[in-house]
Design a protein around this ligand. Structure first.
Ligand code: RIB
Ligand code: CA
Length: 316
């Protein structure tokens, strides 16, 4: 376990969050210490129940889940059921978990764990940045206690995915994002749509896991959470926003970065736009080895190779 990097995942599970949880649980390079949940793709009640159900589905019942913020810092919560479906798991029917959430709430759990393991933990943010902003507010020393922070947040040289200006995680809580981008972390990496939209599963990947029977749990999870996107919405691609961000935490060589200062637009009509305003300490991803990231994801989740399902899984 010692050569694995210990990470905390903050999630708004969510279909791609579910796949990111599967990647973290199955990766030989990661020790998933805990998950914290936030209102994002769906309500925090649903993101919490979904996170518990996904971890139990994967046999990771030992990973504690701590419920976090129920709404953004300032504006009302807005969800993404148009893409993740009402329940947040793309129509997946997973057995409900019978276990309880952890005793302390998301921000408090992050502070406690980082205090107990100073300089060791990497925090990967896969939803709106509300929990981290709250944690920094009540414990500013958190910025130094965390070894690194990776945020799936923003769109720097490409259009947004929720409005033309804004990426969803930033748009839901721009005030939180601004506070996170300004905090003095030891290492803060921003993984935006510029790179995540270049790492996507295809309809061939979807076809290769259907029907979902006789697949290992992580591959079967894709057969479950991909239903809404690939069937109901007839999408031909499924961007791995969150799984890529977790992979980057374990293998920073997947991306190239530039050291910048990021500012977040707080007011309409471009509320949530993320602007690079000069040099600084945030490492924003500028390119990605998409082929290697996809191969790593497919093999970690034991996805059948498109077109040869059943003959082999996980390798191309
Ligand atoms: O913009 C994509 C991000 O917003 C992903 O993390 C997705 O799960 C949603 O949270
Ligand atoms: Ca997410």
């Amino acid at each position: 376990m010692s050569d694995r990097i210990p990470i905390i995942l903050d999630v708004d599970t969510g279909t791609d969050d579910a796949l990111a949880l599967a990647y973290a649980v199955r990766s030989p390079r990661i020790d998933l210490v805990a998950a914290t949940t936030v209102a994002g793709n769906v309500s925090v009640e649903k993101t919490t129940a979904n996170t518990l159900a996904v971890l139990d589905w994967l046999g990771a019942e030992s990973v504690p889940v701590h419920r976090g913020a129920s709404r953004p810092l300032v504006q009302p919560h807005r969800d993404a059921i148009y893409f993740h479906d009402e329940g947040g798991l793309g129509g997946a029917r997973l057995p409900a978990s019978r276990r309880s959430v952890g005793a302390d709430r998301g921000p408090a759990a992050v502070i406690r764990l980082a205090f107990q393991r100073p300089g060791e933990l990497t925090l990967v943010m896969l939803g709106p940045l509300t929990n981290l902003a709250i944690a920094l507010n009540v414990e500013p020393r958190l910025a130094d206690w965390l070894r690194a922070v990776v945020v799936m947040a923003g769109a720097y040289t490409v259009p947004g995915n929720t409005t033309p200006a804004a990426e969803f995680n930033v748009l839901v809580d721009p005030e939180a994002a601004q506070q996170v981008f300004a905090a003095p972390f030891r290492d803060l990496v921003a993984v935006g749509l510029d790179v995540t939209e270049r790492v996507a599963l295809t309809r061939d990947d979807w076809d290769a896991v259907n029907p979902g029977s006789s697949l290992p749990p992580p591959a079967a999870l894709l057969a479950e959470v991909g239903k809404f996107a690939f069937s109901a919405l007839s999408r031909d691609q499924f961007s791995l926003h969150d799984p890529l961000s977790v992979a980057v935490a374990a293998d920073p060589s997947l991306i190239q970065t530039e050291n910048v200062t990021i500012e977040v637009e707080p007011v309409e009509p471009e509320r949530g736009r993320t602007r690079i305003v000069g040099p600084g300490s945030v490492r924003v991803a500028t390119s990605v080895d998409a082929e290697r990231a996809l191969h790593d994801f497919r093999s970690t989740l034991e996805l059948p190779t498109a077109g040869r399902r059943g003959l082999e899984s996980g390798t191309e």
